[in-house]
Design a binder for this molecule. Structure first.
Ligand SMILES: C[S@@+](CC[C@H](N)C(=O)[O-])C[C@H]1O[C@@H](n2cnc3c(N)ncnc32)[C@H](O)[C@@H]1O
Length: 352
């Protein structure tokens, strides 16, 4: 199990174990609002068929590109945190949207590693919402220059061990390496994390993580961290399909009953703006779909307390104990609804 390599608003790492205790080990797993894919990455066992998707093309492109060429994405993300360049790169990235969206329609397209690497770099350095809003206006030369985190986040944060529950972490912390979901913060297993010089030690099967080529020169420690981290993720994504677009593009279930599991984590009511949404919400669609399909599939649906009305579904309330959305005003209690086809608590503990 691997952590997501960038901080993400509303990331579900904290609740992932509870989700999997109810979803079990399905044959098919579908996550149409994947964001940082924290729940997929925390799966106890990969399903035979896995599909993740997101309406944000930068996100979809990131997962595609990491799956196909993690080393190139890491190399493009290898750059010091710089305020001036953040503005310039933001502008460049926003200008790539039309092309990337068109390419993503081809399920075989391997993603654009430069777009993915630059996006990752900024995602870890930018404070608050607004980094590469997929639906946002293209910035002009006078556009807002974003605030920079002093430490950097994600793979670009210095001296800290990343953990997904704390937004503002990721590849940018010097010395940070990805931790495994179940070992807890700071348990970084010497021997578990592959080293550039002796790739393939520890839990990483020899041969799966490639040795850093002699000629590969990484500029920052964040780049080196990303190099290790993203390759582990690439191994995990080997058979995962990445879809771009509205959530219903992912809904193709091949199996019924307990064999197909959906993890639905749409933007919470009133909070779509942090993902660049301009007003229309998907909650209504989700409510109807969930009512119609809850008896057929294992479905875990996230929202704020009272957001959905799903009779017969198990309701698990939880709180991350801090702001749900960075700089927002909510510490609201969150909820996961589990469809009647899910494992119940007793079965879930047997499953554990
Ligand atoms: C709450 S976040 C998901 C967080 C994710 N579970 C994680 O752990 O990082 C919601 C995601 O849904 C995406 N999204 C918003 N509207 C969507 C839509 N109509 N179809 C698909 N994805 C959408 C957003 O871009 C965002 O990444």
């Amino acid at each position: 199990m691997i952590c997501a390599p960038f901080p993400y608003f509303g990331g579900k790492r904290t609740i992932a174990a509870t989700v999997w205790s109810r979803l079990g080990t399905p044959t098919q797993y579908i996550e149409p609002f994947c964001g940082s894919a924290a729940v997929l990455l925390a799966a106890p066992r990969p399903a035979s068929l896995e599909v993740i998707g997101d309406a944000n093309g930068f996100i979809a492109n990131f997962w595609r590109a990491v799956k196909h060429d993690a080393e190139a994405v890491a190399t493009w993300s290898d750059y010091p945190v710089s305020h001036v360049d953040l503005g310039g790169r933001h502008q460049w990235l926003m200008a790539q949207r039309e092309r990337v969206a068109a390419e993503l329609l081809d399920p075989e397209w391997p993603g654009d590693a430069k777009v993915a690497g630059w996006w990752l770099w900024g995602q870890c350095a930018w404070i608050g919402s607004g980094w590469c809003d997929w639906n946002g206006k293209a910035p002009n030369g006078n556009g807002k220059i974003p605030a920079l985190s002093t430490l950097g986040n994600g793979v670009h944060a210095a001296g800290q061990v990343p953990y997904v529950s704390g937004a503002g972490m990721g590849i940018q912390a010097a010395g940070r390496v990805p931790q495994y979901a179940d070992t807890g913060r700071g348990v970084l297993a010497a021997g578990r994390i592959p080293h550039a010089g002796n790739a393939g030690r520890g839990v990483q099967a020899p041969g799966k993580i490639r040795r850093a080529p002699e000629q590969l020169t990484l500029w920052t420690s964040a780049g080196a961290t990303a190099w290790w981290w993203l390759q582990q993720i690439a191994v995990r994504l080997e058979r995962v399909r990445v879809v771009h677009g509205h959530w219903d593009r992912c809904l193709n279930a091949h199996y019924g009953g307990g064999e197909t599991a959906y993890f639905l984590d749409p933007p919470y009511h009133g909070h779509g703006g942090v993902y660049g949404e301009t007003g229309q919400t998907v909650q209504q669609e989700i409510q109807s779909w969930a009512l119609a399909n809850g008896s057929a599939y294992r479905i875990a649906l996230c929202g704020l307390v009272g957001e959905y009305d799903l009779p017969g579904w198990e309701v698990v309330e939880w709180s991350r104990g801090k702001l749900t959305y960075n700089g927002g005003a909510t510490t609201e209690l969150e909820t996961v609804w589990f469809s009647p086809k899910c494992l119940r608590e007793q079965q879930a503990s047997l499953f554990d």
